[in-house]
Design a binder for this molecule. Structure first.
Ligand code: GLN
Length: 273
């Protein structure tokens, strides 16, 4: 069996379960052979060893069972880094990069105290800390496994602290320049959750209307922010209006909604007056 023969067969086996069967086949064989896509394409006519085919087959079985490619590979690209991921954390989504863009545009490079609530793999906290060496970023998550993984992702950054905690608990009142969060926001009964069954449900679902975590975060965040400090929260496609209302009820001003790269309402920002 040649590399290109195996990849063609893999693509048709993956088609029923994946939106990107061609890419997935390449990524899985690349993983089995410790090679990149370019190498696989250049070596399409090479014969494969039985041990490689066996190793690839195990990865294929996981993918065909619905496991996300990021968990099989153990990494996911986000902003400028490859992040280690495991089933203990949500796989970082491209739409969440919107939060980075907004914060970088709103806050200058001078020293700031920033907190990322529900940091998971650390995608937001690590990206912000590495973009802005003068900021000090704290990433908080209730899951110890998530904090271990985020710590691995943080590498040598020295303007980043990662710790377990329950949302804003333990943060000093009036102490922060910005709080950012991609909290769980899917409705408990949402059928979309079935498709995400490999990811931790506590990072995805949040009560009957999906707003339990957001409802908890907003008023506490208000207390922890300095005057003119900002809160930025990611939310579901149909939650922008209620999230904006919750911001205003808690006393936030200049409340603004943002769309993601697919033009879907995805985040709300507000300032403590
Ligand atoms: N955006 C993710 C999804 O719908 C959910 C992320 C979250 O709940 N924070 O797949």
């Amino acid at each position: 069996m040649t590399i290109s023969g195996l990849l063609a067969a893999a693509q048709s086996r993956l088609s029923p379960v994946s939106d990107s069967p061609h890419l997935d086949g390449h990524l899985l064989l690349g993983q089995a052979m410790h090679q990149g896509r370019d190498w696989l394409i250049a070596h399409g006519n090479d014969q494969l060893e039985a041990a490689t085919i066996e190793c690839f087959e195990l990865l294929m079985e996981r993918r065909i069972a619905g496991e996300p490619i990021a968990y099989i590979l153990g990494t996911q690209g986000f902003w400028r880094h490859e992040f280690h991921v495991s089933p203990a954390v949500l796989i970082p989504r491209p739409e969440t990069e919107l939060l980075i863009e907004i914060l970088l545009a709103r806050l200058g490079p001078d020293p700031r105290q920033i907190v990322d609530l529900g940091t998971g793999s650390g995608a937001l906290a690590v990206s912000l800390a590495s973009e802005r060496p003068q900021w000090f970023v704290t990433g908080i998550d209730c899951s110890e496994a998530a904090i271990e993984l985020a710590t691995m992702n943080a590498g040598e950054l020295d303007n980043l602290e990662l710790r377990t905690g329950d949302w804003c608990q333990g943060l000093a009142p009036g102490s922060l320049d910005a709080i950012v969060s991609n909290p769980p926001y899917i409705r408990e009964q949402d059928p979309h959750l079935m498709k995400l069954s490999f990811e931790p449900v506590e990072a995805l679902a949040s009560g009957p209307d999906g707003l339990d975590a957001i409802r908890q975060i907003i008023p506490h965040a208000h207390q922890c922010l300095k005057n003119n400090g900002l809160l930025l929260i990611e939310h579901g496609y149909d939650q922008q209006r209620p999230v904006e209302d919750l911001f205003r009820q808690a006393g936030f001003e200049q409340v603004t909604g943002f769309n993601d790269l697919n033009k879907v309402p995805r985040a709300v920002l507000g300032y403590r007056s």
